[in-house]
Design a protein around this ligand. Structure first.
Ligand SMILES: Nc1ncnc2c1ncn2[C@@H]1O[C@H](COP(=O)(O)OP(=O)(O)OP(=O)(O)O)[C@@H](O)[C@H]1O
Length: 353
């Protein structure tokens, strides 16, 4: 666990970046610090590994006051990942990953072998080991940055906007891999982002900071979206807070229509979804039309994805129906907006009633 007790950071020019911050960051979970530019997120993060020293107050990691540990020793227990990986340009990828184990005096052969395992773990091919950072894309460098932070197997990881330097598609992949890794590793992670969507997606807990490093709200993403504590937090969460809350409602209880899922055409007076021989969606048949089937939009995996995905699927299909599929992509039924709203009723009383 990491604790902040009345921590203040005032820079020599008088700027108070963090003001009397008290916070308990649980072990083995992802805690996200989010807030507008300049609210003190990075300062808060860097005070944990003493890249910045607090002006007053106490920070402890597993009960130990960080001021009582010299910074190099402290940083061996605390991995640090920054934007764009922060790799050493003149070292190969494998040596970048093995940097900390080398410094810790680990046998080079052993450290490199472990680095190769980590390369695979973050989803990169072994052939990248001998490349230099500039020969990798931004997203690939980012993964190497994560592998490098994991190399020393620290119980704590600090991550400063780790996924922000890449395009949205790669970003989503990295976020998902990161969540997958965390289910195996259970590190204590403190992650900084300015993106509230990223915060609610990744955080077990989210701390919304206001400018001046004060806590707006520290809560689970679900509770944050359900009941923001004040105007600032509500505005920061944005206008589509209600829709985003649907991410936390499972799609398993959704009632489905299977009658309109068909294997051959013909004219009918309602929208039907045509499936191929494997049961996968192949086209929409419009009511009363004998024309070519219309292309299908996205589907959602029943039970696995949330009602937000179901709603998204409904919006992206011409009939207004969400296509529910199983894990193999086979259609299990359709859910119209009424069914989706029905599944919501009683589950989100304050938002949907
Ligand atoms: N070395 C410094 N000297 C003076 N002021 C500083 C220093 N470092 C940061 N600040 C100020 O402290 C405040 C908090 O900065 P910090 O970098 O922690 O914010 P942040 O929330 O991470 O912002 P961003 O999202 O823009 O990176 C800002 O007003 C910043 O200008």
């Amino acid at each position: 666990m990491i604790t902040f007790e009345s921590v203040t950071k005032q820079f020599p020019d008088g700027t108070v970046a963090v003001d009397d911050l008290s916070l308990e960051i649980p072990a083995g979970k992802i805690t996200v610090l989010v807030g507008p530019s300049g609210c003190g997120k990075t300062t808060t993060l860097r005070m944990i590994n003493r890249m910045i020293d607090a002006t007053s107050g106490t920070i402890t990691v597993d009960g130990q006051d960080v001021r009582s540990v010299d910074p190099p020793t402290l940083r061996r227990r605390i991995g640090y990942v920054i934007q764009a990986g922060g790799l050493l340009p003149h070292r190969t990828i494998v040596d970048n990953i093995a940097t900390v184990p080398f410094l810790l005096g680990q046998d080079k052969k052993q450290a490199r072998a472990h680095a190769m395992e980590l390369l695979e773990r973050v989803g990169l091919p072994a052939s990248f080991a001998k490349r230099y950072p500039h020969q990798l894309s931004g997203g690939q460098q980012q993964r190497v940055g994560v592998a490098r932070a994991l190399a020393a197997d620290p119980p704590v990881m600090l991550m400063d906007e780790p996924f922000s330097a890449v395009d949205p598609v790669v970003r989503k992949q990295l976020q998902e891999e990161f969540l997958r890794l965390q289910t195996e590793l259970h590190k204590t992670i403190v992650l900084v982002t300015h993106d509230i969507d990223e915060a609610v997606k990744l955080g077990d807990l989210v701390c919304v900071l206001e400018v001046g490093g004060r806590i707006g709200q520290f809560d689970t993403p679900e509770r944050l979206l359900a009941s923001p504590s004040d105007r600032f937090v509500e505005e920061f969460l944005g206008d589509d807070r209600g829709v985003r809350r649907l991410s936390f409602v499972g799609s398993d209880g959704l009632s489905l229509d299977t009658e309109r899922v068909v294997t051959s055409g013909g004219v009918a007076d309602s929208w039907r979804l045509l499936v191929d021989a494997d049961g996968k969606p192949s086209g929409w048949l419009a009511p009363g039309s004998e024309g070519d089937p219309l292309p299908v939009g996205r589907a959602f995996v029943l039970g696995n994805e949330s009602l937000r995905s179901a709603l998204d699927s409904a919006v992206l299909n011409p009939s207004g129906d969400a296509i529910a599929v199983d894990a193999d992509g086979k259609v299990v039924g359709l859910a119209g907006q009424e069914q989706i709203m029905g599944a919501l009723r009683g589950r989100l009383p304050s938002e949907v009633a």
